[in-house]
Design a protein around this ligand. Structure first.
Ligand code: NAI
Length: 332
């Protein structure tokens, strides 16, 4: 029996993500919470002939507490998305408070649940969840994840396009490390599972890297004020959730990049040495297991270009993390 909860379930990401989770054979109960529309979304999904029992909750009568009761995994896509011209950091003002309040609910009702944070800016919202959990004495770094899977999915797709064969996209694996915004997104193209075309120049590699870093902007621009990535994000969120659920159920050797607290495993120290910075959070390749983070894997051998990208990522990551931590520790 596995209960999954989506907080922000009526939104652009929340609805298709809930749909994908409803189709997962790994989930037996699916609770949907939002400040609007969850009864309708839940009624709609509940007619799908898959095993998960679906329920929708709104804030009155402790809807959040009821939704979270008995949760094994909680996915958070609640909050406002970007409009053209906005950075993810511009969302902090609104989303920080939303994530803090939802994290407080989880800490009180389902402190052992695995928490998957989608709400941006992920580099700050994940530290917010961690700080709230610390305040409630329920912090377990192995159980809190920033979902950076969309960067990984984009990297696979864009590299497959360069290879000229989209059919290989699902098999193409590119670690994307660092964080989840602009320069903090560091795709390690040198570690691609599939060789890149030999005729790619250094400039091509830079352009490809830039496209992974700013792929979200392509969608924001194309949607022209109607929001940011929702469908690809729902796909990516469901992919990561499925990997974690398989790992929790005992499958070994599942590895995915995700934004985690580096104390979650000994391997975090090695990553700190590799980036030459004592950052508390970082998106590293993580082996998932029954208790969440099983092993934080080293970055490994990277190109000198990728080294410069990592160097550029560290100061911004540090500032983003500190912003999240101080939002909870010293609210203004
Ligand atoms: P949206 O506006 O379509 O949906 C957000 C939902 O959150 C709405 O249904 C809203 O009612 C709900 N909500 C607001 N306050 C809430 C609260 N206190 N409790 C529960 N629900 C609440 O936005 P969209 O497009 O679904 O994006 C959601 C978030 O995901 C944004 O912060 C966006 O930046 C982020 N995102 C993250 C990505 C990633 O790779 N991690 C990729 C794309 C978006």
């Amino acid at each position: 029996m596995t209960k999954a909860v989506v907080l922000g379930a009526a939104g652009g990401i929340g609805q298709p993500l809930s749909l994908l989770l409803k189709t997962s054979p790994l989930i037996s109960e699916l609770s949907l919470y939002d400040i609007v529309n969850t009864p309708g979304v839940a009624a709609d999904l509940s007619h799908i002939d898959t095993p998960a029992k679906v329920e929708g909750y709104l804030p009155p009568d402790d809807g959040l507490g009821k939704a979270l009761k008995g949760a094994d995994i909680v996915v958070i896509p609640a909050g406002v998305p970007r409009k053209p011209g906005m950075t993810r950091d511009d969302l902090f003002k609104i989303n920080a408070g939303i994530v803090r309040d939802l994290a407080t609910g989880i800490a009180k009702v389902a402190p052992k649940a695995f928490v998957l944070v989608i709400s941006n800016p992920v580099n700050s919202t994940v530290p917010i969840v961690a700080e709230v959990f610390k305040q409630h004495n329920v912090f377990d770094p192995k159980r809190i994840f920033g979902v950076t899977t969309l960067d990984v999915v984009r990297a696979s797709t864009f590299v497959a396009e360069k290879i000229g064969d989209l059919s290989v996209a699902p098999a193409v694996s590119i670690p994307v490390v660092g964080g989840h915004s602009g320069v903090t997104i560091v795709p390690l193209l040198s570690q691609s599972s599939h060789p890149l075309p030999a005729n790619l120049t250094e400039d091509d590699i830079k352009a490809l890297t830039n496209r992974v870093q700013y792929g979200g902007d392509e969608v924001v621009k194309a949607k022209d004020g109607a929001g940011s990535a929702t469908l690809s994000m729902a796909y990516a969120g469901a992919e990561f959730a499925a990997k974690l659920l398989r790992a929790i159920k005992g499958e070994k050797g599942i590895v995915a990049p995700t934004f985690v607290h580096l104390t979650a495993d000994e391997g975090g120290k090695k990553v700190q040495q590799e980036i030459e910075a004592p950052l508390d959070f970082f998106s590293a390749r993580v082996e998932l297991g029954a208790s969440g983070v099983e092993k934080i894997l080293p970055i490994g051998k990277i190109s000198s270009y990728e080294q410069t990208l990592l160097k550029a990522a560290v100061p911004e990551l540090k500032a983003n993390i500190e912003k999240g931590v101080s939002f909870v520790q010293a609210p203004k």
